[in-house]
Each structure stands twice: as C-alpha cells, then as structure tokens.
Design a protein around this ligand. Structure first.
Ligand code: ADP
Length: 219
C-alpha cells in the first residue's frame, strides 16, 4: 500500500505519518527529514539543500527528485508499501512519480489531505520543536519534552527548525498554496483523494486517516 499525506506545513503530516506507518507496518518516508539529515553533512548535496531550505523555498527538482525516487525504489524493493510525506510536492514531481511507479505497475493507493485552518497552523509552527536525531515532534506549550530540550523518545537534542522561525512561516505557507495546493485537484481528478479534518485531537485524526486509507467513509 502506498499512501501520500498532503497538507500545509504544521498540519500534522509528520505525527500522523509515523502513526500510519506503525499501523499499516509500512515505512514512513519524509522528504523533509531526509533533506535535513543531508543538511547536517558537509557534502555538496547538503550545502545545496541548505541554501533553499534556509530560505523557506522548495529545493529544485533536479537536485531533489533523483535521490527521493531512489529512496522510494529502495523501500519498495524491501517490501512494497510506504507512507509518503513531502514528496511529491509539486505537479511536476507528481507526474515524475506516477511515471516511476507506473513502470513498476504500482501506484498511489490513497492521497490523504489534512485540512487545518491557517489561524491554527501559525501557532503550531511557531511553537514546534523537533528532535535532531529521530525527528519526533514537540510543541513548547502543548507538548513539551519531559526534560527541557531533550527528546523523550531517544534522548537527542530538541531544537527549532530554521524554517520554523516566525519570519519564515508566512513565506512557507505562501509557497505551499502556490506550488503544492494544485496537487489536490490533480489527485481529485484521479479519484484518489480523501479530505480529513486535521483540527481535532491527534488520535481522532489518526482514526479518520486509517479509515480513509482502508477506503472507508471518513466520518
Ligand atoms: P513542512 O511540511 O513542515 O513544510 P518538510 O519537513 O516536509 O516541512 O520540508 C521542509 C523543507 O524541505 C521544505 O520547505 C522544502 O524546502 C524542502 N523539501 C521537502 N520536500 C521537498 C520536495 N519534495 N521538493 C522540494 N523541496 C522539498
């Protein structure tokens, strides 16, 4: 089963993607996590990626698409399914991915759109903190780690992503609505889209996503 999570920055894709991955026993593949890992390394790929992410921009396709397709290929060879988060992120990327999956006679089973109002996204992003090692997500007010700046899950360092700084959040939302939002129409046209209200308790959102992934009415 291949699931794709769509939604604005701060809509909960990371938290829910990990939960779906556990539930369906398929790997969770988050392009943002992979790119941030590369940013921490002193390689030409890492430096190129940093240049864009630090400005809240999408990394150009020629830099980002080949490694992401290769990673999906690797995961598929190992077992078949995946929960995709952050890729594809543009219409062009969606078309490349469709072609690549088509060559393997597979495709995306369900596209799950997490809908959250903008006035809820902004405080979620401003207070978000993440673990540098395992990418677990926290929030300074609603979900702080038990020990300040230390990850509950793995003991790694909990920090604020450079692109979550307040002056970048507006730009990222604008880029999302310009470049990623058109994917909603793209997948609606392919009868793959399920729209989920992401503005409720985490476990209610998870239950709705699981139902939608199983092809049941969302409720
Ligand atoms: P969020 O969903 O909160 O915006 P992500 O962790 O998914 O965050 O992505 C962080 C950043 O990584 C994006 O703003 C973008 O710069 C870059 N990125 C991630 N995936 C892609 C992609 N498929 N194509 C281009 N850039 C990407």
């Amino acid at each position: 089963m291949i699931l794709l999570l769509l939604g604005a920055p701060g809509s909960g894709k990371g938290t829910q993607g990990r939960r779906l991955s556990e539930h369906f026993k398929i790997p969770y593949l988050a392009s943002g996590d992979l790119l941030r890992e590369a940013m921490g390394k002193d390689t030409s790929f890492g430096r190129q990626v940093s240049e864009y992410i630090e400005r809240g921009l999408y990394v150009p396709d020629e830099i980002v698409v080949p490694p992401l397709i290769a990673e999906l290929d690797r995961v598929q060879r190992e077992g078949g399914g995946a929960v995709l988060d952050g890729f594809p992120r543009t219409r062009e990327q969606a078309e490349v991915l469709d072609r690549s999956l088509g060559e393997r006679s597979s495709g995306i089973d369900r596209v799950l759109l997490l809908e959250v109002p903008r006035d809820v996204l902004l405080p979620r992003l401003a207070g978000r903190r993440v673990c540098r090692s395992c990418n677990a997500s926290y929030h300074v007010q609603t979900k702080p780690p038990k020990v300040d700046a230390i990850c509950d899950v793995c003991g790694g360092e909990v920090y604020q992503r450079v692109d979550d700084k307040p002056d970048m959040v507006d730009d990222r939302l604008r880029v999302y609505f310009e470049r990623t939002w058109p994917l909603v129409a793209y997948y609606k046209g392919k009868q793959r889209l399920a729209q989920i209200d992401g503005n409720r308790p985490e476990s209610d959102v998870t239950a709705a996503l699981i139902r939608a992934a199983d092809g049941q009415p969302v409720g």
